[in-house]
Design a binder for this molecule. Structure first.
Ligand code: GDP
Ligand code: MG
Length: 441
């Protein structure tokens, strides 16, 4: 599985600025194999990987995840996005009856789905009727009638003994029947062929023309794999559809067809069929399908855990630093910059605990002032930033010259830093943060 193969790439490589091209490429290669193994069509894999690489290049390295994990995370997000984000519901007509037409290859599961949909709609208080427009195979009408009985709904079919009926005519008459008998949803089952052929397409297109469905659902067997693209394209061009239903997800298909169909046609996947029984049916869940395609349920869990652990680690480290008074000028600068990102400082004052006493001091700090403070700290050596005690008179002079400020301003900054550090130690003590004298374990 992907998670097995990624173990070699997933090593602890924290905090390296941006994701490097080599990291991205290595992980992308693994993802590519996983997608192909999941039977995603090659052109779809190519586009997908290109998008992921593009996004990964711009991504800031998170402290929590190693680069491989981060690429996997991006892959998963992209995948869920392409698969549809949120689940879409059926479009119902403003004026009943709503007409739902099913199209797809023979054996894709249309007739079975007709029963499942009918049952699903019944439980929601609708009054569906099934329509038998597959007049190609001898048993097709009977099969639909059996399915309908099981679901507890009426099936509209051509009268027996009239020879082979005209499916377009049956479809048209079924709408009249639905209006007469007050069925608010009409589910039209159509014929399929083993392969795509023109006559089948024309018939389906004619039925569509005749009944103007609110939804045309393209029913596709998830086991179809690589062929999903050509089949979906043929149905898109020949009949057109507004949504997709994936069937046979109870099989061992990895679900690549879902990605292919979605990417090629842009139409949403509405439902998932996962068994022969009426109740083996569910709304389609993009996130579950994404994990299935990548076969990386465990990888995703690992990533979540890594992120949580890191957040906690960071919070604890910061708290410990404050408590023990190890706050450096580097931290000080970082915090000022963070505060600045959040907007005008004045607005933040009210939100800080114990801000009352600092208020006057902080009110004097405007953006221009911050620029100067930043310049001063940047003008210090790393040793000076970590241990401000060493900043003696000659160092102060050097720093002032280097950053274009007066020595007085350097003095000011260093003093203010000591005050801030003292204040934080007191606050840490009061709040019982780890590392402080009081409240530590
Ligand atoms: P149609 O030709 O498109 O109408 O397809 P059918 O509804 O007749 O289904 C073809 C075969 O697939 C039947 O044997 C169904 O029982 C079976 N089938 C349909 N949907 C599913 C499914 O979700 N899971 C499984 N395992 N079998 C299914
Ligand atoms: Mg059928």
């Amino acid at each position: 599985t992907l998670s097995d193969r990624l173990t070699s790439v997933l090593q602890n490589l924290r905090g390296r600025g941006r994701l490097s091209e080599a990291d991205i490429d290595a992980t992308a290669r693994e993802i590519r194999i996983a997608l192909l193994e999941a039977d995603v069509a090659l052109p779809v894999v190519r586009t997908f990987i290109a998008n992921v690489k593009e996004r990964a290049k711009g991504a800031e390295v998170s402290g929590a995840l190693n680069p491989a994990q981060q690429v996997v995370k991006i892959v998963n997000e992209e995948l869920v996005g392409i698969l549809g984000g949120e689940t879409r519901r059926l479009n119902l007509a403003k004026t009943p009856p709503t007409v739902i037409m099913l199209a797809g290859l023979q054996g894709s599961g249309k007739t079975t789905l007709a029963g499942k949909l009918a049952r699903h709609l019944l439980t929601q208080g609708h009054t569906p009727i099934l329509v038998a427009c597959d007049l190609q195979r001898p048993n097709a009408v009977t099969q639909l009638q059996v399915v309908g009985e099981r679901a507890g709904v009426t099936t509209f079919a051509p009268e027996p003994g009239n020879g082979v009926g005209d499916p377009v005519d049956v479809a048209r008459r079924s709408i009249e029947e639905a209006k007469r008998a007050q069925h608010d949803v009409v589910i039209v089952d159509t014929a399929g062929r083993l392969g795509v052929d023109e006559e089948m397409m024309r018939q389906a297109a004619d039925i569509r023309e005749a009944v103007q469905p609110d939804e045309v659902l393209f029913v596709v067997d998830a086991m179809i794999g690589q062929d999903a693209v050509t089949t979906a394209e043929a149905f898109r061009d020949g009949v057109g559809f507004t949504g997709v239903v994936l069937t046979k997800l109870d099989g061992d298909a990895r679900g690549g067809a879902a990605l292919s169909v979605r990417e090629v046609t842009g139409q949403p996947i509405l439902f998932a069929s996962n068994g022969e029984k009426l109740e083996d049916f569910d709304a389609f869940h993009p996130d579950r399908m994404a994990s299935r395609i990548l076969g990386m349920g465990d990888v995703l869990t690992l990533i979540e855990q890594a992120e949580q652990a890191f957040d906690q680690e960071q919070a604890e480290a910061a708290a410990a630093k404050i408590g023990t008074g190890e706050l450096t000028l580097e931290d000080f600068l970082e915090q000022m910059l963070a505060v600045r990102k959040m907007g005008p400082i004045a607005n933040l004052l009210g939100m800080l605990p114990g801000a009352g006493q600092m208020k006057d001091q902080l009110a004097a700090v405007d953006d221009k002032h911050l620029d100067r403070l930043q310049a001063i700290i940047r003008g210090m050596t790393p040793a000076e930033r970590t241990d401000p005690k060493i900043i003696n008179a000659s160092r102060r002079l050097r720093i002032a010259k280097g950053s274009g400020v007066a020595v007085r301003e350097v003095n000011d900054l260093v003093n203010r830093f000591y005050e801030a550090r003292k204040m934080m130690q007191q606050m840490a003590g009061r709040f019982g943060l780890p590392g402080s004298n009081r409240g530590s374990k």
